[in-house]
Design a protein around this ligand. Structure first.
Ligand SMILES: Cc1cc2nc3c(=O)[nH]c(=O)nc-3n(C[C@H](O)[C@H](O)[C@H](O)COP(=O)(O)OP(=O)(O)OC[C@H]3O[C@@H](n4cnc5c(N)ncnc54)[C@H](O)[C@@H]3O)c2cc1C
Length: 480
């Protein structure tokens, strides 16, 4: 597994599937969420929930804690960890959050769906840009404008991760979580049912660079420490396939930046990635240009150069101010819960195929896991066990299994060759496809679509795929 490959550099730009199977999630009969064009769609722009209340059913079967509340450590202070710690602290749990770097700028595009703003009560000033236009650009450079169906209040939010992550962590702190600036090194697992986890970490208190070795005793652990999770190793959670994503932050001239003011671009083609897409996302005062791949990681720099070349004229005169790379999990780990320890976010493997979206799912899984702990412990007054954490897994899988499955299929069908990608971009021109795709991305909830439009879309999809197939055969003949 690749590690954090983050570096800064400065240079001037000249003018100008093999999809692996996942089986970590369990299928469920009743689904409520689906992020896919050929699926039911959401009804209009529903306002998101702004306040939440957690119904606590006392876990009368588990032992009552005497003289103290349940103690839980959250390892990792990204969106998953910040949201988990906040929910735990609000729910009466003695909460510790261990983060190795409090000003960490996670390599990330930083695109979040609008529903996250309401659901997680994010202040508007942490949204750098509101993207309302998206260009899908095919291998032959046919550009389709997506986003025509958005209403005037709808957008994709662009955030800087250092800003979002610190905000969420600090908010958890305000609710009572103890934030520890430290590097988690590992933990001793409980020897029997009631005994604690002993966490070992180096606390950074400013005195030494290496930090001061310390230990922490807790009743339960949430691993929110990202794709290279140390907690996952300690609970023997198993490995997952991963993509390597590469991104350059490029400061472009003001007139060029105007073009990207509220616009993001997605490039597809064998040149930019054999199994993913290349992107140009607007950030506060620069653009992020990147790409990813699972199946040919050694060629990632070649794909990055191709992505930059495709956007050449639009980013001409730009300066690369930061280069970053990071793994993106492809599917959930074989194990996500063991005894009183659970994994959330990237540590668990909750990034969607096709779109590579993980921020919302990290925040959501952190919160969902913490809610299960608050509920199972009757607001911190009782000990929990594995069955309480399994409730989080059941709820997660039931809610999101269809989303992951459908995006997996979409990637297999449309990202496998240039003709299929041309077909995909052609389909994106359809307003019905745009409405459903955007709605399901922005709101993460669905209601049935219009049967007539669904039928028309099915015919269009088949038509596009047949044309793609024919084109592929022609291309094979030419290359023979
Ligand atoms: C290049 C790139 C672009 C992306 N673009 C997008 C996008 O536009 N939109 C989107 O939704 N998703 C995107 N993703 C995915 C998204 O970044 C992740 O899914 C998301 O960050 C997961 O959040 P998390 O909290 O689970 O983990 P992370 O954000 O990885 O946070 C883990 C935290 O744990 C800390 N940590 C790790 N190990 C330790 C340790 N031993 N001790 C203490 N602390 C530790 C880290 O410092 C970090 O703060 C992108 C990913 C990449 C790589």
């Amino acid at each position: 597994m690749a590690s954090f490959l983050s570096a800064s550099t400065s240079c001037t730009i000249s003018s100008a599937s093999n999809i692996k199977k996942y089986d970590g999630l369990r299928a469920s009969s009743s689904s409520t969420s689906l992020d896919f064009a050929l699926s039911p769609r959401i009804a209009g722009a529903q306002p998101c929930l702004r306040s939440r209340s957690l119904v606590v059913q006392a876990a009368l079967g588990s032992p009552k804690l005497e003289g103290r509340n349940l103690r839980v450590a959250v390892v990792g202070g990204g969106p998953a960890g910040g949201c988990a710690a906040e929910t735990l602290a609000k729910g009466g749990i003695e909460t510790y959050l261990i983060e190795r770097k409090l000003d960490n700028a996670k390599p990330c595009g930083g695109a979040i769906p609008i529903c996250m703003v309401g659901e997680f009560d994010l202040p508007m000033d942490i949204i750098d840009r509101r993207v309302t236009k998206m260009k899908m650009i095919s291998p032959s450079n046919v550009a389709v404008d997506v986003g025509k169906t958005l209403n005037e209040n709808e957008y994709i939010g662009m955030v800087r991760r250092e800003v979002l992550d610190s905000y969420l962590r600090e908010r958890a702190g305000k609710y009572g979580a103890q934030i520890i600036n430290g590097l988690f090194l590992g933990m001793d697992l409980p020897k029997d049912k009631g005994s604690p986890y002993i966490l070992k970490y180096n606390r950074y208190d400013g005195a030494t660079k290496q930090g001061v070795p310390e230990t922490l005793e807790v009743d339960a652990v949430i691993g929110a420490d990202g794709a290279n999770s140390r907690v996952a190793k300690d609970i023997d959670a198993g490995e997952y396939d991963y993509a390597i994503a590469f991104q350059e932050r490029i400061k472009i001239p003001d007139d060029k930046m105007q073009y990207y003011e509220d616009l993001a671009e997605m490039y597809v083609g064998d040149d930019v990635s054999p199994d993913f897409y290349g992107w140009v996302f607007p950030k506060c005062d620069h653009v992020a240009v990147g790409t990813g791949t699972v199946i040919n990681k050694p060629a990632i720099k070649k794909y990055q150069t191709a992505t930059r070349n495709r956007a050449k004229e639009k980013i001409a005169g730009g300066k690369i101010i930061r280069v970053e790379a990071h793994p993106i999990p492809e599917h959930p780990r074989p194990r996500r819960v063991k005894d009183r320890a659970a994994l959330v976010g990237d540590a668990a493997g909750y990034v969607t195929k096709c779109s590579g979206e993980g921020i919302y799912f990290a925040a959501k899984s952190g919160r969902m896991c913490a809610e299960a702990i608050v509920e199972g412990s009757a607001r911190g007054t009782r000990m929990i066990d594995e069955s309480d954490l399994r409730k989080y897994l059941e709820k997660w899988d039931k809610t999101y299994w269809p989303t992951y499955k459908v995006l997996d299929i979409l990637q297999k069908v449309f990202y496998r060759s240039n003709p299929s990608r041309e077909a995909f971009v052609e389909l994106c021109a359809d307003e019905y496809v745009q409405k459903m795709t955007f709605d399901s991305y922005l709101y993460k909830t669905v209601v049935p679509g219009n049967p007539l439009d669904d039928l028309k879309l099915a015919f269009n999809t088949i038509g596009s795929l047949v044309r793609a197939n024919a084109l592929r055969k022609e291309m094979k003949k030419v290359s023979l």
